[in-house]
Design a binder for this molecule. Structure first.
Ligand code: B1M
Length: 216
């Protein structure tokens, strides 16, 4: 059933920014019984990887990338309710998550948020371009155990240690675990800024969040 679905066609539609086509193909994939995560990792993300490469090579500019991002959301919006449905009565923990200050990329962060929610965490998604004070405020208000920060640009990575410093200044650092991720982030950077956990993708992010809860 999985083999019969044309993932390259879906990726191509995303690369071309064809929102309706991605919407339609996502529905077709679901109707064929394919798991939402499989649709994302085999169809949507490979398409976005090509967009990123074209952008890097100056073959695509911001308008084309925006069209592809909208096409990605045409798929993700259908999949979100399926990814986040849990039926849990007791949450594994509370997470506040957002994109680092100055960073408007939110697709990966939203994916991480959806998968964490689906895994049984209570997730408060603060959106993008989130200032350190906002993370602090939300962590306090929501009584979070985990603060998740996503950064997609080297220029916004420094907002991560600034957020950790803000948590320290607010006296929350002992209370919350800080998780970082996003394409330019790695384990070495996580260690350097003394964050508690790094994950390279949304599946690993769920595992890392569970592990951090055990350590909490
Ligand atoms: Co921009 N952009 N962008 N962009 N964009 C990148 C990031 C870039 C690498 C492209 C390139 O040059 N090849 C480059 C950054 C270069 C750098 O810093 N090294 C770049 C640039 C330069 C820019 C602008 C400055 C362009 C301009 O205006 N001249 C501008 C900046 C705006 C701003 O933020 N202030 C800009 C704008 C945009 C759009 C608005 C057009 C759009 C974003 C739309 C949106 O998000 N709503 C966009 C996009 C789509 C991209 C690329 C092509 C794709 C990003 C994406 O969504 N990937 C990107 C190229 C790339 O990354 N290769 C690029 C798919 C997503 C599923 O993956 O986000 O990596 P990702 O998330 C993964 C993992 O990283 C991980 O799990 C996710 C799922 O597996 N993960 C976490 C993410 N967060 C995590 C948090 C965790 C754990 C894991 O714990 C908390």
């Amino acid at each position: 059933m999985d083999e019969a679905f044309d993932y390259p066609l879906m990726a191509q539609a995303l690369i071309m920014g064809q929102r309706e086509k991605v919407h339609e193909l996502t529905q077709q994939a679901l109707a064929a019984g394919i798991e939402p995560k499989t649709i994302i990792f085999k169809g949507l993300i490979p398409g976005m990887d090509v967009v990123g490469e074209k952008f890097r090579r100056n073959e695509y500019y911001v308008p084309q990338v925006l069209l592809s991002a909208r096409a990605m959301y045409a798929g993700l919006d259908i999949l979100k309710p399926l990814l986040t449905q849990t039926g849990v009565t007791q949450y594994l923990g509370t997470v506040v998550i957002g994109t680092a200050q100055g960073d408007l990329h939110d697709i990966g962060k939203n994916l991480v948020a959806m998968m964490m929610e689906g895994a049984g965490f209570k997730v408060h998604n603060l959106g993008r371009d989130v200032a350190p004070e906002k993370f602090v405020e939300a962590a306090k208000e929501k009584d979070a155990q985990i603060v998740g920060i996503s950064a997609l640009m080297t220029t916004t990575m420094p907002a991560m240690p600034r957020t950790i410093q803000a948590l320290e200044a607010a006296g929350l650092r002992e209370k919350v675990k800080v998780m970082v991720g996003g394409a330019p982030v790695n384990q070495a950077f996580c260690d350097e800024i003394r964050a508690d956990g790094y994950a390279r993708d949304s599946t690993a992010a769920v595992e890392k969040a569970k592990a951090l809860m055990v350590k909490a």
